[in-house]
Design a protein around this ligand. Structure first.
Ligand code: ATP
Ligand code: MG
Length: 435
């Protein structure tokens, strides 16, 4: 009988596995993010990965790249509900905040982290499943909170030692100002319609501001000369923008005003910003955000001002690698325990649990065939684990109720201790090894 070869399965295009070596870098970044949120009093919120499609249609805006062509939307086979894998975090956070009435006792500082899904063309820094960390400050209207979240981002880049990150800011003003600008924009782009691609010609009628956000390089010249929204801002919007810039100056955060910065989502007003770098090729934006005062009401809640930003974790990790901000290689464990199966395995297992209860990271040798292996081959694994000490419990040791402790990093010294004193002896050894 011929053996049929079973085909390997592959992951979905644009969706990546994070393998153990890379996972270390992720954990390091996540720890820094947790510390950062604590330092500023932002609390984590977790929302489901799937939401009703309407959450994003209303939250992001129907005439946006994300909603028009990037969402993974489907009908629930069992009840016909229209659902979507979340493409970003803010709309869902605001949905949850309203649903659970989180603003009842005043403003909230929130943050989130997790996978997002967009059906884009996979390339460096652009994936179909990617991860974001984001902060949202809800219920605060002043420019000070815009600056708080920007300062927070800056502290993060500094702490991660990221190279070449620059802040760009702009103001989108308020709806009436955008309406006046929109008229000027429509007549300008109508006069230059031949220079617009198909998408932008369509947007000329639906959402002309979005044309400024186009990534089509052939259109950059016509976009460059378009009327600037900044020139349409009234006194109040300008005052907010000026205050933000002044506060950034106070905190020594250099920024560039980019009048073309409109952001890819529909809900922003007043301050918008992005952190960009030239180190990552075409996908140079590591994080972006701004104020989105209209959103809470638009999602069905009682009107409340808000602002936030989101960063792409994969892009930040890549920039960390380029900047050389790699965490010190940590060993997998402190102690590696060797045995010869049978009763020695039982004793070794008990010893391992005892060490772990005392907070000592311990790997117990386990043979792939469920039997045992020579001490020589076990010792190779112990060395490779990066452990500081090996603990050996063979039949000879067990007969004496002892274990051998072997120094794996120094001269390889070895000494016997009674099993009942193993924990104390290991603590002593670890303490003197770290001195
Ligand atoms: P871009 O202009 O690169 O498409 P965006 O404006 O669509 O970004 P946002 O919606 O503001 O991005 O998301 C915030 C951050 O999330 C981005 O600055 C980027 O770092 C990251 N990001 C967005 N889309 C992707 C993706 N498809 N793959 C990886 N990271 C992404
Ligand atoms: Mg995008």
């Amino acid at each position: 009988m011929s053996e049929q070869k079973i085909q390997k399965l592959a992951g979905v295009r644009g969706m990546n596995d994070v393998l153990p070596t890379d996972a270390k870098q992720w954990l390091y970044l996540e720890k820094i993010l947790h510390d950062l949120t604590r330092a500023y009093g932002y609390e984590f919120i977790k929302t489901p990965i799937v939401e009703a499609t309407e959450v994003f249609q209303r939250g992001i805006g129907v005439v946006t790249d994300i909603v028009e062509k990037e969402m993974y939307s489907f009908e629930d086979r069992l009840n016909g509900e229209q659902l979507t894998l979340r493409p970003e975090g803010t709309a869902a956070v605001v949905r949850a905040v309203i649903e659970h009435n989180l603003l009842y006792d005043g403003p909230k500082r929130l943050c989130y982290m997790g996978p997002m899904f967009r059906h884009e063309r996979p390339q460096r820094g652009r994936y179909r499943q990617f991860h974001q960390f984001g902060v949202e400050a809800l219920g605060f209207s002043g420019p000070d909170i815009d600056v708080e979240i920007i300062v927070m981002g800056q502290r993060l880049w500094d702490e991660l030692g990221l190279r070449g990150v620059h802040l760009e800011i702009n103001s989108l003003g308020q709806a009436v100002e955008r309406a006046a600008h929109r008229e000027a924009l429509v007549s300008y782009f109508t006069a230059n319609a031949a220079a617009l691609d198909e998408d932008s010609q369509r947007r000329l009628l639906t959402n002309p501001l979005r044309i400024l956000d186009s990534k089509n390089s052939a259109m950059q010249e016509v976009i460059e000369k378009a009327p600037r929204l900044l020139d349409f801002l009234g006194a109040e919007s300008l005052q907010h923008f000026t205050a933000v810039q002044a506060l950034l100056k106070t905190h020594n955060i250099p920024c560039k005003i980019n009048p073309r910065l409109v952001r890819g989502l529909d809900y922003y007003n007043l301050t918008v910003f992005e952190w960009v770098t030239t180190e990552l090729g075409a996908q140079g934006t590591i994080a972006g955000g701004g104020r989105y005062d209209p959103l809470v009401e638009r999602m069905g809640g009682k009107a409340a001002p808000a602002c936030g930003w989101a960063m792409g974790i994969e892009r930040v990790l890549e920039l960390m690698a380029i900047s050389g901000s790699v965490p010190e290689a940590e060993s997998v464990c402190d102690i590696y325990i060797l045995h010869q199966g049978g009763e020695t395995l039982t004793a070794a297992f008990i010893a391992a649990e005892q060490l772990r209860s005392a907070g000592i990271d311990t790997i117990l040798f386990c043979a792939p065939d469920g039997q045992t292996a020579s001490f020589k081959s076990q010792m190779k694994k112990a060395d490779a684990s990066g452990a500081a000490f090996a603990v050996i419990i063979g039949p000879d040791e067990l007969a004496l109720n002892e274990a051998q402790i072997k120094d794996l990093r120094g001269q390889g010294e070895q000494h016997a201790v009674p099993l009942t004193k193993l924990l104390d002896a290991i603590i002593d050894s670890l303490v003197s090894a770290s001195e």
